[in-house]
Write a new protein. Structure first.
Length: 336
């Protein structure tokens, strides 16, 4: 049987993923900082000992130019070149102080993580306060495996900053590590601080599956049997548009009159409900949880009462945001 020949490009890619010295060094430094600082408690005020600072690439380039200018001035005895070199060196040192000061004393008042679905990006909300008399500029904050978000905080302002975190798999996900940095005021230095918070979000199963909803059960009250057809839905109220809502359910007439984008919400006939059972969703346990998640979202879009039946418990029939959250949390934490 012929053996597959590995190209040099393939082997180099594998070795690059196996050995990442920069990532390992960064992880060790973060663990050292956490053992030195411990867990943080909100509200949190950053003091000077928690702030680290290093020159950026532009700062290293500026240092090389200043050193070359110093050598040239000393070699040719040019006092004007030496005066300019010392002046620019003083400006650079002031820039380093200002960069460090941009983080020193800033306060993190609150941090909230929204629940999300597996494989999607969740929202993280941070609230910073600047009690200083000068603005804090060129700030950035990021969480692990997320993109940094830039912002600034004016004097006396409480700034709300939202950033994304990547949800891995269902269950409780800890979002404990945040990096707050600044390159103020000239970009020659970067100051940063690590924030370790006991912050977590609940990751729901990813909605998936191709099975149709279980049929509704129950019987409408006798007074409503003549006014509604069997299985007919009745318009109840309007709600805000959400991602994933079908376009046919949008209240286009209200939107044409200048109203915000709304979705018509329907109630199923009184007395009817659907039972979303773990045994009715096919596949592996994880596939069943994904199918049940899709059913829960479908019932909410239809405005129907539904009950969730899992091997470890039963959520009674209801609908609405509170019931939706309760069912999704039960699916997320099932078996964990």
């Amino acid at each position: 049987m012929p053996t597959a020949i590995r190209s040099p490009m393939d082997s180099s890619k594998r070795s690059r993923f196996r050995f990442e010295p920069r990532a390992r060094i960064a992880a060790r430094v973060q663990r050292w900082a956490q053992s030195r600082q411990g867990e943080d408690v909100l509200p949190l005020s950053l003091h000077q000992r928690r702030i680290y600072i290093l020159p950026t690439k532009s700062g290293i380039g500026a240092a090389v130019l200043l050193f070359a200018m110093l050598l040239a001035g000393m070699n040719y005895g040019n006092s004007l070149a030496l005066f300019l070199c010392f002046t620019l060196t003083g400006v650079t040192l002031v820039s380093m102080h200002e960069c460090h000061r941009a983080l020193s004393g800033i306060r993190l008042l609150r941090a909230l993580a929204d629940n999300t679905f597996a494989g999607q990006a969740g929202d993280l909300h941070l609230y910073f306060e600047n009690a200083d008399s000068r603005a804090r500029e060129a700030l950035k904050v990021k969480c692990a495996h997320g993109e940094p978000v830039g912002f600034s905080v004016q004097p006396g302002e409480i700034k709300s900053v939202s950033l994304k975190f990547q949800a891995a798999r269902r269950g409780r996900q800890w979002i404990g590590l945040l990096k707050l940095s600044s390159t103020a005021s000239m970009g020659l230095f970067q100051a940063w601080a690590w924030i370790h918070l006991p912050l977590q979000a609940i990751v729901y199963p990813k909605p998936a599956g191709n099975r149709s909803l279980p049929p509704p059960v129950g019987r409408p009250p006798s007074g409503q049997q003549n006014t509604r057809n069997n299985g007919e839905e009745e318009w109840a109220w309007l709600r805000d548009f959400q991602d994933g809502d079908p376009p046919r359910s949008v209240a286009w007439k209200a939107y044409a009159r200048g109203a915000p984008l709304m979705v018509a919400h329907y109630d199923s006939p009184a007395g009817l409900q659907r039972t979303l059972s773990f045994s009715m969703a096919g596949g592996s346990p994880e596939q069943k949880l994904s199918q049940l998640t899709q059913w829960v979202l479908a019932c909410e879009r239809l405005g129907e009462n539904y009950a969730l039946e899992l091997p470890d418990g039963l959520q009674g029939a209801d609908h609405g945001q509170a019931h939706r959250r309760l069912c999704l949390e039960s699916l997320a934490l099932f078996g964990l």
